[in-house]
Design a protein around this ligand. Sequence first.
Ligand code: NI
Length: 177
Amino acid sequence: MAIKPVLRMGDDRLLQKARPVDRYGTPELRALLADMEDTMSALNGAGLAAPQIGIGLRVVIFGVTENPRYPDAAPVPKTVLINPVITPLDMEMDEDWEGCLSVPGMRGLVPRYCRLRYRGFDENGTLVDRTVDGFHARVVQHECDHLDGILYPMRIRDLRKFGFIEELFPGDPPGDD
Ligand code: NI
């Protein structure tokens, strides 16, 4: 399909609440997912939400095999998640560095729930129901936040832990975003 331009922070469309998908298995939904996958892989992202390419639907994709942007992260299966619902398993949170294709060149230290269950549907309407922790849980929370118009900088507790990658991590190889 096509690599789409990714909207950047400041674009009002990133702040809108996305609408639920009401029909699965349609050509339109498959085309959207193909565009999202092409765009995410071209930019070497860990995930992408439909609003980031200007489509206000509750659709996210994510997955990490060996990603140079996240060298310490355990692999996360390639996943299509539509109309997701996240339920934290307890209130424990931890903080770690996040980036976002809509906030290029930057990183921030973001609190997230450590353990959660998520449910949603794939492109055919088949239920996805997983209980996850760690980086997998973090990625899901980040992507699903996009569906509610929330970008990770809005969750940073200490804005001194937000900045440009090259300044925060001097000497590290530059990231792709
Ligand atoms: Ni993002």
